[in-house]
Each structure stands twice: as C-alpha cells, then as structure tokens.
Design a protein around this ligand. Structure first.
Ligand SMILES: Cc1cc2nc3c(=O)[nH]c(=O)nc-3n(C[C@H](O)[C@H](O)[C@H](O)COP(=O)(O)OP(=O)(O)OC[C@H]3O[C@@H](n4cnc5c(N)ncnc54)[C@H](O)[C@@H]3O)c2cc1C
Length: 473
C-alpha cells in the first residue's frame, strides 16, 4: 500500500458503527484470519467489520469517492485468499447474520454473513433447504456469488438457480435491489460473476422441500479397484434419480470405526453418498453402488440434513495451507479415469497429521444442467456433466512446491479432456486467459465486462476472479 493510500484510509468514515481494525489494533490478528493459511502473510491495511447494511454502504461509498480498491470477506473460504489481501481496505460482512423465513412461501432472507450450517439448521426445522455447498462453515455469500454446487444440485439446481433477489451496496454509494425485475443486468452478472459488481448485504432465496431425514454416508473400495469402480459408477449415474448425489473421492481412508483397521489411511476410492428421496428407496440405491466393485463397507444411514451436509467438515478443517484446481468434464472417459487413478496412486506420502492429496469427481447432471439454461445466469454449466477438483492440505511452506507440483501435474494431464468453462469457486485463479473462458462463451464474457463497466468502472472490486470493465467505444 502506498503512502497516499494510507493517508486516504486515515479519513475512513467516522459514523461507521462496526469495528475498524488497523494492523496494530487488538483484535486485528483474529479478524485477519481466514479459512486457509497459505495467504496468511497478507496484511490488509484496514478491516472494517460492518454491523449492518448501512455500514457496508458507508464503506462502498468511501471506496468509490476516494478510488480505494476494496476487498470483501464473508465466510473466509476463498481458495485464493481474496477476502484478506495484502495492503487492502476490507469490508467484513461476517456479522450480518440475520435469517428470516416466511414459512407460508418458503422465502428465506439471509444476511450476507450467514454460513451454510447456520442456514441449514434454521431451514431444516421447517423441512426446507436452499441447495448450496458441502462444508458447513462456508459462507453463503461467496459460494452463491460463484454459483454454488452441492448434494442438492441434481435435484434443485445450483444455489444461484434458487436466488430471487439481492440487496447490493454499490461503489457509487447506493443500496440497490438486483432481481429478475430490478437491475436485471446486475442480477445476471452477480449470479456467477462473483464479487465483481458490488457488495451484497442480503440474499433472498426460494427454499425447497427436504427431509425431515435424509440418508448419508460412504461406500469405500480399495484403490486397486478404482478404474473398474469409476467406469461402472459412470454407467450407474446415467439412470440414477436426481435425489441421489454421489461424489467419488480418491483419498486415504479416514480411520473410522466402521472401516476395518487395515484400511485406515490406505488409498481408497470412496463414494460419498447423499440420498434425499424416499427413504424406502435408499437401501437398493446403496446396494447398487456397493455392487460396483469389492466394497469394503456400506456405511450409509438416516441422518438430519444438517448432519449430512457437514460430514465433510472433519476432512476439510480450517487452519492449513491448500492449493485447489478444478475443471468441468463433458464425459468421464476411460482416459480421464486412467489419468486420475494413476495420479491418485502417485500422491505424496503423508507428511504431518493433515497432509492430504485428494481428488474428487462430482457427478453433475439432473436439474443443474437440464432445467436451467446456460444463459439464465453468469454461472456457466454448459456440458458440465462431471466436475473434477483437487483438495490438498498441508502445514509448512517447505511442502508448497511438492503439493503444487502434484496438483499442477494432474491438471496438466487432464487438460486435453477438460472444458474451458469451469466453476470459478472451486479452482485457484489461473490467469486472464483462463478467466476469459470460465464463464462460457466470448459473448457471455463480454456481457460481464459490460456489467463491470456499469457497476464498478474503476475496478475497485478487484480482489476476486477479476473481470475488467469493458472499454468505452
Ligand atoms: C473447505 C471448502 C469447501 C468448499 N466446498 C464447496 C462446495 O461444496 N460447493 C461450492 O459451491 N463451493 C465450495 N467451496 C468454494 C466456496 O464456494 C468459495 O470458496 C466461496 O468463495 C466461499 O465463500 P466465503 O464467503 O466463505 O468466502 P470469502 O473468502 O469470504 O469470500 C470469497 C470471495 O467472494 C466475494 N464475496 C464474498 N462475500 C461477498 C459479498 N457479500 N458481496 C460481494 N462479494 C462477496 C469476494 O470476492 C470474496 O473475496 C468450498 C471451499 C472450501 C475452502
């Protein structure tokens, strides 16, 4: 941050009701923490912890009037650490926790600091859900603005497909509504274009029926059988009901009591199963999955939705370094299966208690790709029948090079097989060329650039998968 920027931040508005934290203030260190630690060398110049929407507006207005670049922190899960960049002015919306549900319509209004688990536990009391992600401490805000994929996407679509409206603080100092009726261009761009266009203070979703109980758990197979299991799973998912979600994780088996001890820590392909359809159909579906190979165990049981939607929390703990790449695949071909299983077998030896090199394959299809048009929102889904991602965790900087090389190696090998569009939230930013393709066609990218020029012409909201404003002609 330059001296002139520092001088500007000294003039930060005095009427701000939340906390204003600069590097020497008590509370700054705690406020700076985000989910992953690989960016924790970053020292934001000022963290403004908003108490309410008016506080958020005060910050966006200040940023606009002074030309100060602005970062946004909600749940803190960004894989790039973009919520807490070095030298930046940060507006932290994590205290905006209000949840209001109209039980007669199922319309839920959430403050932009709500986390997925908070939303799930509130809505499940009314047998409702907003389809979102799979780890309970992820922020609704960042997840929704990128698209939002999870166990209910095959049944109900992406998170953005269930979004009715947003309240947005803009850098020209207004609090506006974005919906299908008001500011339609902003509504389109924010549903997938991330935090490029304004700071969302609240979201209004149409919640959907779910539960009261769902079934969740896993079916692991020894790693040697992974190629045959994945090929059979590909066929199985072609006719699977939309209420069945399966993620295939190539991982090391967690030491769970239900798994024989000889498999604890062993390489496995683990089918992570969530069934939200009629409970009487679960057993046959799980039996069908277990018959895809030499299953080690079938551990799928009835649980409340919030339990199902937090079962990954234990294997995705906060406080570690990480490097994530993701890509859409139109087809799960034999070549792709060969690449992912060979790289799974060649993973790094576990060094330290958390070190892990996981590849997840998500079966998409159903509502997310069939019921919603590619052009209904900026979130791109065309041809996205499968999604591949790496989930890596380690602790010390000396291990960075090894983990980066492993992730980049699988990604490079898959390159001829993956699509150019991608889910922005589950991949590290791969640079300007990649960004021109991730939202789909050149026309769609041009539409995002125009929205950026309209809503953030100075590109103050640049700490994200950044879209530059269209140049005036
Ligand atoms: C462990 C883990 C599990 C995950 N699982 C899933 C999953 O199952 N499904 C899925 O879809 N994604 C998943 N993700 C990805 C997740 O959706 C993104 O990391 C998302 O950006 C997190 O949002 P956040 O609010 O927690 O993060 P933050 O770091 O707080 O925000 C990320 C970015 O979003 C933007 N942003 C946040 N809030 C606002 C706002 N109010 N207004 C404007 N812009 C804003 C900003 O650009 C910010 O830098 C996972 C990530 C992690 C780390």
């Amino acid at each position: 941050m330059s001296q002139s920027d520092e001088a500007v931040l000294k003039k930060f508005p005095t009427g701000f009701r939340g906390e204003v934290l600069r590097p020497r203030d008590p509370g700054y260190a705690a406020a700076r923490k985000i989910f992953y630690t690989h960016t924790d060398h970053a020292t934001p110049a000022l963290i403004a912890r908003a108490a309410d929407a008016q506080d958020v507006l005060a910050v966006t207005r200040f940023a606009g009037e002074t030309g100060t670049p602005l970062a946004v922190r909600a749940g803190g899960h960004s894989v790039d650490g973009s919520g807490m960049p070095d030298g930046a002015l940060v507006v932290d919306v994590s205290a905006l926790k209000a949840i209001e549900l109209d039980t007669s319509t199922g319309i839920a209004r959430l403050g932009s600091g709500v986390l997925l688990g908070e939303m799930d536990t509130t809505l499940e009391r009314h047998e409702l859900v907003v389809p979102a992600g799979t780890v309970s401490n992820t922020g609704v805000a960042g997840l929704t603005l990128g698209g939002g994929v999870g166990y209910n996407m095959r049944r109900y679509g992406a998170t953005v497909d269930n979004l009715l409206s947003m309240e947005v603080a803009t850098v020209d100092g207004r609090l506006v509504t974005a919906s299908a009726k008001e500011n339609q261009d902003l509504f389109w761009a924010l549903r997938g274009g991330g935090g490029n266009f304004g700071v969302v203070t609240s979201f209004e979703f149409q919640a959907r029926p779910l539960g009261p109980q769902v079934s969740a758990g896993f079916v692991p197979f020894p790693a040697e059988s992974a190629p045959e299991v994945l090929a059979a799973w590909r066929e199985y998912m072609a006719d699977a009901p939309r209420e069945l979600s399966v993620i295939a994780a190539m991982t090391q088996c967690p030491p769970m009591p239900v798994v024989p001890e000889r498999y604890h820590g062993a390489d496995v392909v683990l089918l992570l199963v969530v069934h939200t359809g009629p409970p009487e159909k679960t057993e046959a579906l799980v039996d069908g999955l277990a018959a895809l190979g030499p299953a080690i165990v079938k551990a799928v049981q009835p649980v409340p939705w919030s339990v199902a939607n937090s079962m990954l929390d234990a294997i995705a703990p906060p406080g570690h370094r990480s490097y994530t790449k993701g890509a859409y695949l139109s087809e799960l071909t034999d070549d792709v299966i060969d690449i992912v299983t060979r790289h799974a077998a060649a993973h790094l030896p576990s060094a330290g208690p958390v070190a892990s090199t996981v590849q997840n394959l998500w079966s998409m299809g159903g509502a997310i790709t069939e019921d919603f048009d590619e052009d209904s929102a900026a979130f791109s889904r065309e041809g996205a029948n499968w999604f591949w991602e790496t989930v890596t965790l380690w602790d010390t900087p000396d291990q960075d090079a090894g983990f980066h090389a492993w992730v980049d190696g699988v990604h490079a090998a898959l390159k001829p097989h993956v699509r150019s569009n991608c889910y922005v939230n589950l991949s590290t930013d791969n640079g300007a060329d990649w960004r021109r393709g991730v939202w789909g066609s050149p026309e769609r990218y041009a539409r995002l650039e125009r929205a950026k020029a309209d809503w953030d012409p100075q590109n103050l909201l640049r700490f994200n998968k950044n879209i530059e404003p269209a140049k005036a002609v």
